[in-house]
Design a protein around this ligand. Structure first.
Ligand code: GCB
Length: 595
């Protein structure tokens, strides 16, 4: 064992305190319902391929004052990038760029007397350090979840200089890790806001229908400070529900409401109620829907009725723009295409997508499956990686826990059984449940195989028992030739539990005709055959409670090398990168319309 001297111990304590100090904070609930000043727009940028900017303190943004001064950088009059947006799609020379990019801008703001100010990032891909007026104030890792940092004391009314060091280098201990089937977009990819709050504000609330009782709403509210005996009011005017409560020593209240008049939210009737929360100094309002969802035997119940999940996946990408989706208009484009297909659910692949998508999906009547990018190749043995994954999970669940559309928390995609993996995923499940116990836990597995002796499809991964719903990605007719004809493809997988086919499909280049029985024809005709075959097979999966074809749109992926058929695109889309529907789209549409 290493022995530490008192001095070293003090040194260690100092640095760990400092490190903890610069970690970004978890965000307050419902940032989009607060008083915000947008910092979106054009930012100055510097490409720092060799990571020299931090060492040279370019975040100080100095300009020469004396005759002998000079600085080998300047933010002004150089590269300009849009925020939000990835950098890869903004300049052709940045298409493949992976490394460090500095973003900077100036801003003025209004400091309310007795108020507080927070800097909020909806997402920065993938890791970043934040510098305000020459001082590092926060760090964050994880490209798809929000974070905030309080700047009340650090900010001036005029001429603040904000610099963000963003890095998207793939690393073995990161999530996702070294290789993944989508574009590694870097940048400040989502909204940046200044959020102003009163001194004591409503930090968090969790208001949802009870897991089993359809007339009972559970509600809890937490103030930003541990203020006891303060009044908090929760009101749902349309249901004539209102309670005023006193906070406990932790600044929290917890209560329930009962009403026989609650109209449940569902895909066919996505009813939401305006919910108002107020404290002595703060108030916030949000549309919240009420529904419950549970599993009994092999069935999934929504509001007490068994449901079949007509799902689809998409990446957070606008294919026509070849870049990340970030706006309300982007959300409408993606979700409208899912609506047209007849879906009642979206699997948000493979990471938490922006809040415009989540909120608009809820409004349009989609159930949601949301997951963090535990996507193949994760370093399950690494405790630090596990901790990071736990943080991401927490950030995702905290952000979206009031969205009734959220039905599934996904904890992994295509992982192989091992003690380390099991411990890792258990940590994620526990983290999730420490915030929310009402959603269904799931993971997508790819271990289904054909057992020649029994002539059935089987899967051996005991972990499935720890999940509410089992999901399987299976590419019959694409990565796997059919061992039996589709009408004889009998499944014996996760018996006694609901099963979702969370991915199936194959590639087709839009507009390409070819042999309907030749995989390498890359034709819409073969893709159509594949869909018909898979839909036939689905008839023989007794516990099948949902399907999610892979994928709605062709999407960009650097390891799709085929020069004419792929050109850096995964072509499994039912819709092409140009927005045209392929033959298989119509087959899937008919299947969903008849379900
Ligand atoms: C999968 C992955 C998905 C890929 C897909 C494919 O199993 O979950 O992210 O894009 O296969 O096209 O190979």
């Amino acid at each position: 064992m290493i022995k530490l001297s008192k001095f070293h111990l003090l040194l260690f304590l100092f640095f760990s305190l400092f490190a903890a100090d610069t970690m970004a904070q978890q965000t307050m609930t419902n940032v989009y319902g607060r008083h915000v000043q947008s910092l979106n727009g054009k930012w100055d940028a510097i490409v720092d391929q060799y990571d020299q900017g931090r060492k040279n303190k370019i975040y100080l943004n100095k300009s020469p004052e004396n005759k002998t001064d000079f600085y080998e950088y300047a933010f002004e009059h150089g590269l300009r990038l849009n925020v939000p947006s990835d950098w890869n799609s903004q300049r052709s020379e940045l298409k493949y760029y992976e490394g460090t990019m500095w973003y900077a801008r100036k801003f003025d703001t209004v400091k309310a007397r007795d108020g507080r100010l927070f800097l909020y990032f909806a997402a920065v891909s993938y890791r970043c350090r934040i510098y305000l007026n020459g001082k590092e104030i926060a760090q964050h890792e994880g490209g798809f979840t929000p974070f905030q940092v309080e700047i009340t004391d650090a900010v001036n009314e005029k001429d603040n200089f904000l610099a963000i060091e963003v890095n998207n280098t793939r690393q073995i201990d990161a999530i996702p890790a070294m290789a993944f089937d989508w574009w590694n977009y870097g940048g400040i990819t989502r909204d940046v806001f200044l959020v102003s709050t009163p001194k004591v504000f409503i930090d968090d609330y969790f208001i949802q229908l009870d897991k089993t009782k359809t007339d009972k709403i559970n509600a809890s509210v937490k103030l930003s400070d541990k203020l006891a005996n303060a009044s908090v009011t929760i009101e749902i005017p349309e249901l004539q529900l209102k309670q005023t409560l006193k906070t406990d020593a932790r600044g929290e209240v917890k209560t329930t409401f009962t009403s026989a008049k609650i109209k449940p939210w569902s895909p066919s009737s996505p009813k939401r109620y305006s919910v108002k929360v107020s404290s002595e100094t703060d108030q916030i309002e949000e549309e919240i829907g009420f529904r419950n969802v549970w599993v009994k035997g092999q069935d999934i119940y929504l509001n007490g009725q068994p449901i079949f999940l007509k799902s689809i996946s998409f990446h957070e990408e606008i294919p026509q723009r070849r870049g990340r989706a970030f706006s309300q208009a982007d959300a409408v484009m993606l979700l409208s295409e899912a609506k047209a297909l007849g879906c009642n659910m979206i699997r948000l692949a493979h990471y938490p997508q922006n809040e415009y998508i989540v909120r608009t999906a809820e409004k349009m009547g989609f159930l949601l499956w949301e997951e963090i990018p535990i996507w193949q190749g994760i370093d399950f043995e690494n405790e630090k990686t596990k901790e990071k994954a736990g943080n991401m999970m927490r950030e995702m669940v905290l952000r979206d826990k009031n969205r009734c559309a959220l039905t599934f928390w996904g904890v992994a995609n295509e992982t192989q059984p091992s003690a380390a993996r099991n411990a890792f995923i258990r940590h994620l499940i526990a983290t999730c449940k420490s915030v929310d116990t009402t959603r269904l836990m799931t993971a997508a597995f790819d271990l289904v195989r054909f057992n020649r002796e029994t002539q059935t499809f089987v899967m051996d991964d005991p972990f499935v028992k720890e999940l509410d719903v089992v999901a399987v990605n299976k590419y019959m007719g694409w990565y796997h030739p059919w061992p039996v004809s589709p009408d004889k493809a009998i499944w014996d997988v996760a018996k006694g539990q609901p099963l979702i086919i969370s991915e199936f499909g194959g590639e087709a280049l839009y507009g390409k005709t070819g042999d309907a029985d030749v995989v390498s024809s890359w034709s819409e005709d073969y893709q159509a055959t594949l869909y018909n075959d898979n839909l036939e097979m689905f008839k023989h999966i007794p516990n099948l409670r949902g399907t999610s074809p892979w994928v709605l749109f062709d999407f960009r992926s650097p390891f799709r090398f085929h020069p004419t058929n792929q050109e850096g695109w995964n072509r499994k889309g039912l819709v092409s990168d140009q927005g045209y529907r392929k033959k298989a789209w119509f087959i899937m549409k008919e299947y969903y319309d008849k379900k």
